[in-house]
Design a protein around this ligand. Structure first.
Ligand SMILES: NC(=O)C1=CN([C@@H]2O[C@H](COP(=O)(O)OP(=O)(O)OC[C@H]3O[C@@H](n4cnc5c(N)ncnc54)[C@H](O)[C@@H]3O)[C@@H](O)[C@H]2O)[C@@H](O)CC1
Ligand SMILES: Nc1ncnc2c1ncn2[C@@H]1O[C@H](COP(=O)(O)OP(=O)(O)O)[C@@H](O)[C@H]1O
Ligand SMILES: [K+]
Length: 497
C-alpha cells in the first residue's frame, strides 16, 4: 500500500525534515535532482540534447540541479527560466548562482528548435496555486508540441496535486518522477492522463508529521495478502451467503455476472432474488446459485424479509429495473437490512428519485456509481462529476454516511470516516457492458470477510482491475467481455492463501 499525499501533507513533511530534523533544504534538492538523473540513466532516456524549463520556485531549483548533473556528464543542456529570476525562491536563487559555473546555456528567449531529445518540465510542482495564464500558458502549449521525451519533475505543471484538476493547461508528461511521496492528484483524472508513468524517489523526507493524520492510499499487489485467510476446517457458511437482488425481464445477465463474480471471489453461497421470468436462464447459466423468484406484479415483502435474514451481505441493483416492485425492494432493503449492502446501478437510480433513501440505511453501505448514476444522485450534469471526482466522492460519502466507490479509469473510494483510496489497476478493456456487475459481485463476496469496508471496496476495485489487466494480456482490450473478467478474477485470487 502506498500513501498518496495532498499538498499540505507533503509541505508539512518537507518543513519538518528541514526545520526540525535539520536536513538542509539544498541537500534535499540535490537528492531530488539526483533521483531524476538516476531515472533518466536507468531508463536510457536520450538526454544528449536536453531542454529544461524552470519556474521560479523550488521545482525550478530541482530542474537547475538536474541541468548541472547532465551537463557534468557531457550532455548538451539548455535551460529556459520562466518569470523573474530576481524573485526566485531561496534555493532556486542559490541554484541559479551555482549553475553559472557550469557548461549550461541559459536561454534569454524561448527556443524554437525542435531537436531536443529530452524536455524536462520543472515549472511548477506542489506550489501551483492558481490557474496558469499568459506567457506560461502559451509556453506549456509550445512545449507539448515539441518532439523529444517529456519528463516532469514531481508533478506535471498544470496538474493540481491535490485533486487532479487541470489548472488552465498542463504539460503532458510521458514520465513523472515524483519526489518524496506520491502526490494524490497525479492518480486522479483528468490529471492522471497527463502524468504518464509515475515513479517515486525517496529523498529522506520524514513522514512523522502526518503519521496520525489520514492520507489517501493506492493498493499494490502485496495488498492481496490483506484478504482474510481461508480456513482448513470450513464449510460454505464460513465464507458467507451473498444475496444478489438483480435482473429484470430482459436483463438477467446482470444477475448472472454478479453471481458468478461473487463465487469467483470465494463466497460460500450465492442466492439470487429476481423476477420469475429469469428463473430458467439463470439456473442454466449459473447452476450453483439458489434462486428465489417473485412476480413483479404481486411483490410480497415477507419473502424478501426471509432472504435478508439469511444473508451475510447484499448486492442490490444490477439490471434491477425501475418499476414499482424494484422501488419497493430497494426501499425495504436499505431500511431493514443490517448486513453490508453494495448498492449499484438501478438501486442508485431509484435512490436518485428519492434522496432520503440512502440516508435511511442501518448497515455498512458501499455505493458503486458510474458518472451518470452519480450525476443523478447529485442532481447535476455528468461533467461536474467527471471534473471533480475526488470532492464529489468525499462529500457524498460524508453527507450520506456511506462508502462511495466512484467509478472511473482510476476509481476513487471515499469513506465517511475520511478514508480514501484511488484504484490504479485496470485498463480500457473494462469499459464493456456488465463490467460493473462483476465488480458488484466481487464486492458482495469481500463484504462478508472484511471488517473495514473502505478497504473492502478498494480491494474489490483493485481485484476487478487486475482481472482486467490479466485478461487483456490474452484477449486484448477490444475483445474483453465481462464474463472473461470473472474467469480472471479466479486467476488473480489463485495464489492468495
Ligand atoms: N528542499 C525543498 O524545498 C524541496 C523541494 N522540492 C521541490 O519543490 C517543489 C515545491 O516548491 P515550491 O513550494 O517553491 O513551489 P513550486 O516550485 O511548485 O512553485 C511555486 C512558485 O510558483 C508560483 N506560482 C504558483 N502558481 C502559479 C501560476 N499559476 N502562475 C504563475 N506562478 C505561479 C508561486 O507564486 C511560487 O513562486 C516540489 O514540487 C518539488 O519539486 C523537492 O525537491 C523536495 C525538497
Ligand atoms: N478505461 C478503464 N480503465 C480502468 N478501469 C475501467 C476503465 N473503464 C471502465 N473501467 C472499470 O470498469 C467498471 C465499469 O463499470 P460500469 O460502468 O458500471 O459498467 P456496466 O454498467 O456496464 O456494468 C468500473 O469498475 C470501472 O472502474
Ligand atoms: K513540474
Amino acid at each position: 500500500m502506498n500513501n498518496i499525499l495532498d499538498r499540505q501533507q507533503m509541505h508539512e513533511c518537507d518543513m519538518y525534515t528541514i526545520n526540525d530534523i535539520g536536513i538542509p533544504s539544498m541537500v534535499l534538492m540535490e537528492r531530488a535532482a539526483l533521483g531524476v538523473f538516476d531515472e533518466i540513466r536507468a531508463r536510457k532516456i536520450d538526454s544528449s540534447n536536453t531542454l529544461i524549463v524552470c519556474g521560479s520556485g523550488n521545482n525550478g531549483g530541482d530542474g537547475l540541479a538536474l541541468a548541472r548533473m547532465l551537463a557534468d556528464e557531457g550532455d548538451k543542456v539548455n535551460v529556459y527560466i520562466t518569470g523573474n529570476t530576481s524573485l526566485a525562491s531561496g534555493e532556486m536563487g542559490k541554484q541559479y548562482e551555482i549553475i553559472r559555473n557550469y557548461n549550461v546555456k541559459i536561454l534569454d528567449t524561448f527556443p524554437e528548435s525542435d531537436n531536443y531529445t529530452l524536455i524536462v518540465d520543472a515549472i511548477f510542482g506542489i506550489g501551483l496555486s492558481r490557474n496558469i495564464e499568459g506567457e506560461i500558458f502559451n509556453l506549456i502549449r509550445k512545449l507539448n508540441d515539441k518532439r523529444g521525451f517529456k519528463l516532469s519533475i514531481d508533478v506535471p505543471s498544470g496538474v493540481n496535486s491535490d485533486n487532479g484538476k487541470i489548472m488552465g493547461t498542463t504539460f503532458k508528461a510521458e514520465l513523472t518522477v515524483t519526489i518524496g511521496d506520491y502526490k494524490r492528484g497525479c492518480f486522479i483524472y483528468p490529471g492522471a492522463e497527463f502524468c504518464g508513468e509515475i515513479v517515486c524517489k525517496k529523498i529522506g523526507i520524514s513522514n512523522k508529521p502526518i503519521e496520525k493524520s489520514k492520507t489517501g492510499h493506492i493498493l499494490t499487489i502485496d495488498d492481496l495478502n490483506k484478504i482474510p485467510k481461508r480456513k482448513v476446517r470450513s464449510n460454505k457458511g464460513t465464507y458467507g451467503n451473498v444475496l444478489i437482488i438483480a435482473g429484470s425481464l430482459n436483463m438477467c445477465g446482470a444477475a448472472i455476472l454478479a453471481g458468478a463474480a461473487a463465487y469467483a471471489s470465494g463466497c460460500g453461497l450465492v442466492r439470487i432474488f429476481t423476477p420469475k421470468d429469469n428463473r430458467i436462464i439463470i439456473q442454466n447459466k449459473l447452476p450453483e446459485a439458489v434462486l428465489t423468484t417473485y412476480d413483479p406484479q404481486y411483490f410480497d415483502d415477507r419473502v424478501l424479509e426471509k432472504e435478508i435474514e439469511r444473508a451475510d451481505s447484499i448486492v442490490i441493483g444490477p439490471g434491477l429495473g425501475m418499476d414499482v416492485s424494484a422501488g419497493k425492494i430497494t426501499e425495504y432493503v436499505l431500511r431493514y437490512a443490517t448486513v453490508p449492502i453494495i448498492a449499484d446501478a438501478d438501486a442508485l437510480n431509484i435512490a436518485a428519485t428519492n434522496p432520503s433513501l440512502l440516508k435511511k440505511h442501518n448497515c455498512p453501505l458501499i455505493i458503486t456509481p458510474h458518472f451518470a448514476e452519480m450525476a443523478r444522485l447529485c442532481d447535476t450534469k455528468i461533467y461536474n462529476i467527471s471534473n471533480d471526482i475526488l470532492e464529489t466522492a468525499i462529500k457524498f460519502s460524508k453527507e450520506n454516511n456511506l462508502i462511495c466507490l466512484l467509478k472511473d479509469a482510476n476509481s476513487v473510494i471515499a469513506g465517511s470516516d475520511g478514508s480514501l483510496y484511488v484504484n490504479t489497476s485496470g485498463n480500457n478493456g473494462l469499459s464493456t457492458a456488465g463490467s460493473g456487475d462483476v465488480l458488484a459481485g466481487i464486492l458482495g463476496a469481500l463484504a462478508v470477510i472484511f471488517d473495514d469496508y473502505s478497504l473492502c471496496a478498494a480491494m474489490g476495485a483493485f481485484i476487478h482491475g487486475l482481472a482486467g489487466d490479466y485478461a487483456v494480456a490474452e484477449t486484448g482490450e477490444r475483445g474483453l467481455v465481462s464474463s472473461d473478467i470473472v474467469e480472471y478474477v479466479k486467476k488473480v485470487l489463485k495464489d492468495v492463501k
